[in-house]
Design a protein around this ligand. Structure first.
Ligand SMILES: *Cc1c(COP(=O)(O)O)cnc(C)c1O
Length: 368
């Protein structure tokens, strides 16, 4: 119940032990096509260029930046947590001029905040983290396309923790490029990074005058394997892709609306329970993620002792705070298959017990 990897359903683990097909076997090519189709549904897009990259979520991040940027490109990045900070670092390593919009960790950006930074100047990319796992904040995407249009920029989003846990709707929000990871709300082991790029992003890549600096992450080459030609680029992680296929199938079998509603209900039950215990939440109510909750630790509570207690006595792992939130919060994940009422209840009992173990007063908690 930390910030990922999340619990993996048994059928995903089982299929990953099926015999390894060749990466050009016709049956495996069909698995690939179905993965791309299911990803389009969950990303909410018709984008042709939609596939999982070999590597974790950060490889998805790097893929988008190395393919969309050339040295001298201008990038505006919203930094309000670990992953905005990481995007800025990756973009800088691509030789881009990086301008950051910054706000406190746990807060989010409005279109006006970004417009105040762009001031109508030309930008190549505007990048935001849709679900900041380091803080528990949900970044609204409404109105961001219009800001990108005023400066001719592509709109890029980190959807690692949003995909499969809340609506992503790339086409509706006019997002040109998005990446995700498998081990958060898709509930698949780590190791793949779904990406999706719009026709507008493809046009930008087609106009490059330098080859993509990373051969391994070059989408032009990889698209030839995932698209028509089936040209070998690198050996696909075959069994990992079986697992993703099953994980995506489970998402669609449950139904997107039902899945998002389940995440919302369980997340809100956790929030209510934590507040009943007298604890307060880091992120303001309108921008809270329900798949990742940052709860403030009470005064006098020992963070590491509490986390050890929870793991030893309840078998629950939660995340600690990062950056300016270090030592101040726990990050509790209810992602994908892990978003279950029984987990909420067990976790609340565990948090209460760990407070009691440290001699802190614990209110009665029938209201769940
Ligand atoms: C987990 C995460 C990443 C990084 O993914 P890795 O799989 O750890 O490489 C990037 N962005 C967000 C928002 C994340 O939660």
């Amino acid at each position: 119940m930390g910030p990922g990897p999340s619990e993996v359903p048994p059928s995903v683990l089982r299929i990953m032990s099926a015999p390894t097909l060749g990466h050009l076997d016709p049956e495996f090519l069909q698995v690939m096509d179905e993965i791309a189709d299911m990803l389009r549904v969950i990303f909410g897009t018709k984008n042709r260029l939609t596939m999982p990259m070999s590597g974790t979520g950060s490889a998805g991040m790097e893929t988008l930046f190395v393919n969309l940027l050339q040295p001298g490109a201008r990038v505006l990045i919203g930094v309000n947590g670990v992953f905005g900070t990481r995007m800025a670092e990756v973009a800088r390593r691509c030789g881009a001029e990086v301008i950051t919009a910054e706000t406190e960790w746990g807060r989010v950006f409005s279109p006006e905040d970004l417009a105040a930074k762009t001031r109508g100047q030309r930008f190549d990319v505007i990048a935001l983290v849709h679900a900041e796992t380091s803080t528990g904040a949900a970044q609204p995407l409404e109105g961001m396309r219009a800001v990108a249009d005023t400066c001719g920029a592509l709109l890029l989003t980190d959807c690692v923790t949003s995909l499969g846990g809340m609506p992503v709707e790339l086409d509706h929000y006019g997002v040109d490029a998005a990446y995700s990871g498998t081990q958060k709300c898709l509930s698949c082991p780590p190791g793949l990074a779904p990406v999706s790029l719009s026709a507008r992003a493809e046009a930008v890549m087609a106009k490059r005058n330098q080859p993509v600096q990373s051969w391994y992450l070059d989408l032009g080459l990889i698209a030839k394997y995932w698209g028509g030609e089936r040209a070998y680029h690198h050996t696909a992680p075959v069994n990992q892709l079986y697992g993703l296929h099953e994980a995506l199938r489970l998402v669609l079998e449950e139904g997107l609306e039902a899945r998002y509603a389940r995440h919302a209900e369980n997340g809100q039950a956790l929030e209510r329970g934590l507040q009943t215990l007298g604890l307060s939440l880091w992120v303001e109510v309108e921008h809270r993620l329900t798949q990742l909750t940052s709860v403030r630790l009470p005064k006098g509570f020992d963070d590491m002792r509490g986390r050890h207690f929870l793991l030893e006595n309840f078998g629950i792992e939660v995340g600690g705070g990062l950056g300016p939130m270090a030592g101040q919060v726990w990050r509790i994940g209810l992602m994908g298959h892990g978003s279950q009422r029984s987990n909420v209840e067990l976790c609340l009992r565990g948090v209460a017990a760990s407070m009691a173990e440290q001699g802190l007063p614990v209110p009665k908690m029938e209201v769940l």
